[in-house]
Design a protein around this ligand. Structure first.
Ligand SMILES: Cc1cc2nc3c(=O)[nH]c(=O)nc-3n(C[C@H](O)[C@H](O)[C@H](O)COP(=O)(O)OP(=O)(O)OC[C@H]3O[C@@H](n4cnc5c(N)ncnc54)[C@H](O)[C@@H]3O)c2cc1C
Length: 307
């Protein structure tokens, strides 16, 4: 399985595949399992229907590693508009961005300014802006830019990946800033020098970091995992520490464990669903397949299904 995961993570970065696979109809059909559509309107519709079941949401428009800054401008414009539409519909929907989507590879100052613009908009709208964490070479610049933005904006959050060796220290450095922290296991292919590679060790790192974050003063915590066993264990820690169901958020991806998402909401947990949309879905989708190679069977089934 780990070979398959490695192959898929390699495929997620392969330029030739990235240019060809998105044209294949059966892959597009399979994609619908994880993505309601390519347009903002599709995501808004989904958020409205999730809200009816007590699940709040978070949007991310797919697209990373841009090749020119005009594309980054378009991303900022898109999210500014998204904040307005979310407010117009009265949705509890936040936004999460990747810094490479704001031009980090091309001009980090530009990405910093774009992040600032979006954080300011989130604040004006009474909303939150989250920053995704990408592969390990981006962790330091992401944390640096996040800290700069956090210095002048309160409602911003950052993702930390439990599999990275450095995350314990990053967490200790970030907690005093009282940010939003979204804890995930980590979705990229990383060398052993940077990250834990054994599943059981990653799970334990998530548990350890999650336990510390549950009692970190002033931190808005999102436990972003579909691992309900881990969530159960952390619930015990939370209860023992006097942290109630409203003391943290459970965050999952659209299309994964939806029954559990609705169950958590019905049981009174704060449940937030991350909905991705957009045309540039290839690397993101292949990382989802790598998390659970059994999903490939679903893609294969769509090869034979009618459109
Ligand atoms: C809200 C949210 C935001 C995220 N943001 C980031 C980010 O910014 N940076 C980053 O590196 N990673 C991010 N991730 C991805 C994360 O790092 C993991 O790769 C992903 O969540 C899978 O790990 P898991 O914690 O669900 O545990 P796993 O042990 O992988 O999965 C637990 C169980 O969940 C189910 N499951 C998990 N994944 C899938 C899937 N793809 N398809 C079907 N079932 C599945 C399976 O039943 C599996 O047994 C995010 C995840 C979430 C939920």
């Amino acid at each position: 399985m780990s070979l398959m995961r490695d192959a898929l993570l390699w495929a997620s970065r392969n330029e030739t595949l990235k240019n060809h696979v998105p044209r294949w109809g059966f892959v597009k059909r399979a994609l619908r399992q994880f993505m309601p559509g390519e347009r903002l309107e599709d995501a808004l519709e989904t958020a409205t229907s999730l809200a009816g079941k007590g699940v709040t949401s978070m949007f991310t428009r797919l697209g990373e590693n841009l090749t020119d800054l005009a594309q980054a401008d378009a991303v900022v414009e898109h999210y500014l508009e998204a904040f307005d539409q979310i407010a117009a519909l009265g949705l509890d929907t936040e936004i999460s961005v990747k810094l490479t989507q704001l031009g980090l590879d091309l001009d980090s100052e530009y990405a910093a300014r774009s992040l600032e613009v979006l954080a300011a908009k989130a604040e004006v709208m009474g909303n939150w802006l989250w920053v995704d964490m990408e592969s390990s070479e981006y962790v330091q610049p992401t944390i640096d830019l996040f800290k700069r933005t956090k210095a002048s904006h309160f409602q911003v959050g950052i993702c930390l990946q439990a599999y990275l060796h450095r995350t314990q220290q990053d967490m200790v450095d970030l907690i005093p800033l009282q940010p939003g922290i979204r804890l995930v296991k980590g979705a990229y292919k990383e060398p052993a020098s940077q990250a834990l590679t054994k599943r059981a060790e990653i799970d334990e790192a998530f548990f350890r970091l999650g336990s510390e974050l549950l009692t970190a003063q002033g931190v808005r915590l999102g436990l972003a995992t579909h691992d309900v066993g881990l969530l159960d264990r952390l619930e015990v820690v939370a209860r023992a520490a006097g942290v109630g169901k409203d003391g943290y958020e459970i965050q999952m991806l659209f299309g994964i464990r939806m029954e559990d998402q609705f169950r958590y909401a019905a049981e009174g947990y704060r449940m937030r669903d991350l909905t991705a949309y957009g045309e540039q879905w290839y690397p993101w989708y292949v990382r989802r397949l790598a998390e659970r190679p059994a999903n490939l069977a679903f893609v294969a089934r769509n090869l034979f299904a009618r459109s």
